[in-house]
Design a protein around this ligand. Sequence first.
Ligand code: 6R9
Length: 652
Amino acid sequence: MTTQNESPVYPPSAETIAHAHVNAAEYDQMYTASLADPDAFWGAQGKRVDWIKPFTQVKDVNFNLGEVSINWYADGTLNVSANCIDRHLATRGDQTAIIFEADNPDEPARNITYNELHSSVCKMANVLASMGVAKGDRVIIYMPMIPEAAYAMLACARIGAIHSIVFAGFSPDALAARVNGCGAKVVITADHAPRGGRKTPLKSNADAALLHCKEDVKCLVVKHTGGQTTWIDGRDYDYNALAAEASATCVPAEMNAEDPLFILYTSGSTGQPKGVVHTTGGYLVYAAMTHEITFDYHDGDIFWCTADVGWVTGHSYIVYGPLANGATTLMFEGVPTYPDASRFWQVCEKHKVNQFYTAPTALRALMGQGNEWVEKCDLSSLRILGTVGEPINPEAWNWYNDVIGQGRCPIVDTWWQTETGGHLMTPLPGAHAMKPGSAMKPFFGIQPVVLDPTSGVEINGNDVDGVLCIKDSWPGQMRTIWGDHERFQKTYFSDYKGYYFTGDGCKRDGDGDYWITGRVDDVINVSGHRMGTAEVESALVAHVAVAEAAVVGYPHPIKGQGIYCYVTLMNDAEPSDALLKELRTWVRTEIGPIASPDVIQWAPGLPKTRSGKIMRRILRKIAENDFGSLGDISTLADPSVVDDLIANRTGK
Ligand code: 6R9
């Protein structure tokens, strides 16, 4: 077995330890306490947020298949938008809540104070209410990375509506599926979304999506670029006109801790994305706590998470965590390489960013452009660096540490998921040494276990690997899949009874530190975006020329994983470059540009067992160019298809 014991170890500096909220001894003491008496530990942490009616119960959880139910602070009531805004007004009304940095670097940045955030959110809440949105109703948000996206989230929270954000890179079809999936009443969008100097026509995408939705779904349109849109009277509502007339106060709705706050669709092993449901109280406590402790956030810090609000990272660490803590959070509309590869570092310098949180794929892309893009910027304000979304390779880690952090900034490699609401494993800046590529230690209350994938038995001791499960609940855990509690139980609690199954593999090294080794299911991670191979397959087979398709991930130098598609054509279809292009465009249209196939290989036959099951293991090996270790192929119905696939493997 390979172990990571030879990995270099970077202990925290004396300065980092002195500054940090939590040092090593405190971590040990608090971690032990969090497992010994979860009610006492999380009862105390629950006081991080303001309750309308204080809770008297803390944890009420059952992980047994058939009875899975997860409740935290269940008799308390609160409002998330009041916690993220109103409670800060007396002390920091004039402090900047959101710094907005536009795609175009020549556009001046906007500083939105907590007072301004309050009135904008109240206005949007009143506009939504006037459109008939009430407590419990669903609202889809399909927006650029602009402050109005945060207003929309907080406005929903204010009136008790449940938001579901659809990343602006998703296609009209994907948007329609989500509107219909959660039965949304309103879609909030903007005219266009500028990104990297290009524009996505969000409103026309929404128009195309709404053709496939119920007639009474309304569309609220934010004017952003001023670009042209078509308009349907009675269905489309002009946000700017309505907000100008709306009242700037709105009483926050009293929500139960277990009322849903948002739904976020994410990919799994099957074709249908799952609507992950997070609730109000536990989620907010967990987002606020992890934001403060993982990033060693202190009052006055400028915090920048480069994610998009369309992903869970944007929910927890651009909006809810930072704003619950009264932080200044930076929202960036653009991309790391526009207008050039120094954009991230220029923004850090311009706004004196203290904590910077990004994905390994961005670091790999920038690393390849050379250090001169970094060296011309003053990065002395940076104190903590973070990474998320996929395993970080040592080269990228070292570059982040040496060139960006100049050897003085701890790197928090945060492992977590849409389902977990916040970080589950990460080194804490003042408490733990770092090892490049290791998520190191569990957060408070988190009990990671390594299981034998076949027997499901816990593997104790160190220097071991297996599948990663979590033994008990934490407040930020998802509660259900929207409309399908059965699927929730089946997906997360049926393979390994009594545990939450993460879908990830992991190692625990000789020191007891954790290393995530990647997904063990049919989920791939492309540029930090999570994608089900089954989703891409169903998109491909929906094309008239395609008889069958099998999709796997393969190692990609920048994206982490690329999308490799094996396609069997219908008898009457001819392989051609034109068809290849068409299929690529087809998938982009069905799902969105993020699902664009990197490689399509024509496959007259796919390796199947006699019972008709595609052996993906073989397809993965061929995509990886690793023909030597295909394993046993004797159970294939027709082993000769493998020779053909190898002979015709597409060069990348
Ligand atoms: C937050 C987020 C979740 C999957 C997860 C894992 C991978 C995330 C990671 C990581 C290694 C890290 N992942 N963080 N792998 N090290 N620090 O990314 O949520 O989009 O749901 O993806 O991403 O495989 O299971 P989500």
